[in-house]
Ligand binder design. Structure first.
Ligand code: HEC
Ligand code: HEC
Length: 271
């Protein structure tokens, strides 16, 4: 190995380690790697509260409606949805899984500054963005029953979390930035994904989500970015054996899916 290659390799190693550490804990409170490791274990060990324990009454009704909207969005928020995806198709298992973009702890860390919008966004506005882009739909009245229910549900999931501090399993574990090869990705897709998501990527809604085409997310969505989709796939797919793809394989299959047809996004049509 010549010197440049050796330096480049150790640099890559550093980046991988640094990214790994960043995921293990909220970087601001990352005092020692050991403490962060414990936080990641805590996230994995976290069990969601049981929906059966939600009390009767109007607040309980709203929390339960929130779970329904989350798990079957095209049915319970039909007016605001333009495809066949539900929140739970990307925010795995009702938004309760560490590394599966969970809702846990989010109400306590919004409002927050967002680089994409270059402004401070509220929790409701962030949810709305997923309606406009991931759901290929429309803005949701912030004081209407659906939005109130989604916030109530997320709040209830977060009832044992420390407000103001991110849940250690927030988002998805980062990956080093790689180049995906869609030809290699096509082979992986046929072997490991097609059985569920179909040769045409349409899935079998409502159980199995569409990955491209009119029933899937549009080009404004977070999942439309190859690095983000690769993170999701690496951590959460194939659904029955997650964690078995290498980061490179996750990038390859993400590139393949990315270059299949997705609905173009013009924000003016999504108000
Ligand atoms: C096609 C996949 C997809 C669907 C469907 C989807 N989202 Fe998202 N959502 C994402 C991605 C990707 C992100 C960005 C995650 C990241 O950057 O770590 C995100 C981020 C979010 C965030 C911010 C998370 C954080 O940690 O800051 C919220 C809140 C959210 N979504 C709510 C919803 C709700 C509610 C629904 C259903 C109405 C929904 N999403 C539907 C993919 C999706
Ligand atoms: C056993 C069935 C199954 C297999 C195999 C499978 N998936 Fe999924 N996939 C699902 C289900 C179900 C979801 C919804 C989230 C969940 O419940 O885990 C999903 C969600 C997704 C999503 C986010 C939702 C969306 O519409 O964008 C992506 C991306 C994805 N899968 C990609 C893949 C890739 C790539 C493979 C192959 C490496 C794969 N899946 C293999 C069942 C499967």
């Amino acid at each position: 190995m010549n010197r440049t290659v050796a330096i480049r390799c150790s640099l890559i190693l550093c980046i991988v380690v640094a990214l790994g550490l960043a995921f293990l804990g909220d970087t601001r409170s990352l005092v020692a790697a050991q403490g962060a490791g414990a936080a990641a274990d805590a996230a994995k060990a976290w069990t969601p509260p049981d929906i059966a324990t939600v009390p009767a009454g109007p607040l309980g009704d709203s929390i339960r409606l929130g779970q329904q909207v989350f798990n079957d969005t095209p049915k319970y928020a039909a007016r605001y949805v333009g495809n066949k995806l539900s929140c739970t198709h990307c925010h795995v298992n009702g938004g309760t899984v560490a590394g599966g973009i969970p809702m846990v702890g989010l109400p306590g860390i919004f409002p927050m500054y967002r680089d994409r919008e270059k402004e401070v966004v509220t929790f409701e506005e962030r949810i709305e963005q997923c309606f406009q882009r991931s759901e290929n739909g429309h803005r949701v009245p912030n004081n209407g029953p659906e939005m109130t229910a989604l916030v109530a549900y997320s709040q209830w999931l977060s009832k044992d979390q420390v407000s103001g501090r991110a849940f250690p399993g927030r988002g998805m574990p980062p990956l080093p930035e790689l180049n995906g090869d869609k030809e290699r990705g096509a082979v992986i897709y046929v072997q490991q994904c097609q059985v569920c998501h179909g040769a045409n990527g349409a899935g079998k809604p409502p159980e199995i989500p569409a990955l491209w085409g009119p029933d899937s997310y549009n080009e404004g969505a977070g999942m439309y970015g190859i690095p983000k989709m690769a993170q999701f796939i690496r951590q959460n797919m194939p659904q029955t054996t997650p964690g078995t793809l290498t980061p490179q394989q996750a990038y390859d299959v993400a590139a393949y899916i990315h270059f299949m047809p997705h609905t173009p996004f013009d924000i003016k049509e999504h108000q």
